[in-house]
Design a protein around this ligand. Structure first.
Ligand SMILES: [Zn+2]
Length: 78
C-alpha cells in the first residue's frame, strides 16, 4: 500500500482518471503512482511512457491479467 508522511502535500480528488484501467504496454496518460487492480502491486509511471510489460509481475492462475489504475496523480507545475 502506498505511504506518505506529510498529509499537507496530498489532496483527495474525485476525477474519473482514478477509475480507468490500463493494460501492460499501454501509453501512460498521467504521471503518478499506479496500482495493479488485481494484486495491489504498485509502480511509478511517467506520462507518455508505456506501462510495464505483462511479465512485470505474475498473477496466480485464474486471477486475470495486470490492470493498472491511477493511485496518486503527480501534479506538475505549469
Ligand atoms: Zn498485479
Amino acid at each position: 500500500m502506498a505511504q506518505y508522511k506529510y498529509r499537507t502535500h496530498l489532496n483527495q480528488g474525485n476525477s474519473s482518471v482514478y477509475d480507468n484501467l490500463y493494460k501492460p504496454g499501454e501509453n501512460c496518460p498521467n504521471s503518478g503512482i499506479y496500482r495493479c487492480d488485481v494484486c495491489g502491486d504498485e509502480i511509478a509511471s511517467n506520462k507518455g511512457n508505456p506501462f510495464p510489460p505483462q511479465n512485470h509481475h505474475q498473477h496466480a492462475q485464474g486471477r486475470g491479467p495486470i490492470r493498472w489504475k491511477l493511485l496518486v496523480y503527480a501534479q506538475q507545475n505549469k
